[in-house]
Design a protein around this ligand. Structure first.
Ligand SMILES: C[S@@+](CC[C@H](N)C(=O)[O-])C[C@H]1O[C@@H](n2cnc3c(N)ncnc32)[C@H](O)[C@@H]1O
Length: 276
């Protein structure tokens, strides 16, 4: 397989910022951000944000790493983060995050950063928020080491990645069902993802989830995620969310979505404390 470079990753996300190509609204408008928030909470959390993602103490400097269009930056600020930096590999994500913060009356610093090689000094942040980012970068181990490096002693982080749930683990056996789903109209709209369920290779499903041209997406088992984090962090809690109900051909009741979010989640989250 061809080696994926950070420039491949940057180029994809520069052209395809999160939620662009999915929204009916112009990126950067209030309507775009409102729709993004609604879809994010509805689809990724079955209707309710999980407070375990937010640090209990917001007094220190917080880094939102891989901020994308600034969803978490705004949510962190709304919950009391006052000393906040939003960082992303791409200029376009930062520009969207800046517009979102401006529209919502939120103060934040912004910095273009590669998670694998952060420009910050050691021991500067009290908390790092990093949702759905490090599974897109070529050297994920290095990104985790960098997050630990920039955290202060006893600093905390919440990191999430794609989770190899039962569906992904069993895909070889159930790919035929995916093809039927695909024919019945199940798909993710926009970003060239219409054929996502017709894929036979599970790695392709994970990659195509963010767009047909996405160079890199990795999914982790619980054990793999733990092994990735534990050299640098005490893993305080692992928890799970995300069943993309919007990809189904018909709407499903909220109760069923909540059940799927709990029992067939596609994201794994870790609450972490830096090892001293
Ligand atoms: C799926 S989006 C997630 C955005 C945001 N964290 C959220 O949850 O809404 C992934 C983001 O990670 C950024 N990204 C990918 N690799 C990165 C890296 N090595 N360093 C910093 N940001 C990166 C991309 O530019 C993109 O904005």
């Amino acid at each position: 397989m061809e080696k994926i470079s950070i420039e491949n990753v940057r180029s994809f996300w520069e052209k395809n910022p999160l939620f662009q190509g999915e929204s009916k609204y112009k990126p950067g408008t209030l309507e775009f951000f409102q729709e993004h928030r609604r879809v994010y909470i509805e689809d990724c959390f079955a209707g309710k944000l999980d407070n375990r993602i937010f640090p209990t103490d917001m007094t220190g400097t917080v880094l939102d790493l891989g901020c994308g269009p600034g969803f978490w930056t705004v949510e962190l600020a709304r919950r009391g983060a006052r000393d906040l930096i939003a960082a992303d590999l791409t200029h376009n994500a930062l520009s969207l995050a800046r517009m979102r913060c401006h529209l919502m009356g939120i103060q934040s610093g912004f910095s273009q950063e590669n998670a694998e090689n952060l420009s910050f000094d050691n021991d500067v942040f009290a908390h790092v928020n990093c949702q759905g980012v490090i599974h897109h970068t070529p050297d994920t181990n290095r990104a985790v080491a960098e997050i630990a490096r920039v955290l202060k002693k006893n600093g905390t982080a919440v990191i999430s990645v794609y989770y190899k749930n039962l569906i992904l683990r069993s895909w070889k056996k159930i790919a035929w069902f995916g093809k039927i789903l695909n024919k019945s109209g199940a798909a993710l709209a926009g970003r060239g993802r219409e054929g996502i369920f017709a894929q036979s290779d599970v790695n392709e499903i994970v990659r195509i989830y963010d767009g047909i041209d996405n160079p890199l997406g990795k999914a982790y088992s619980k054990k793999e995620f733990y092994e990735l984090l534990s050299p640098h962090f005490n893993v305080d809690e692992l928890f799970y969310h995300f069943f993309p109900a919007r990809s189904l051909p018909i709407p499903i009741p909220g109760m069923i979505h909540k059940w799927l979010d709990r029992h067939l989640p596609f994201m794994i989250f870790a609450r972490l404390t830096k090892k001293n």
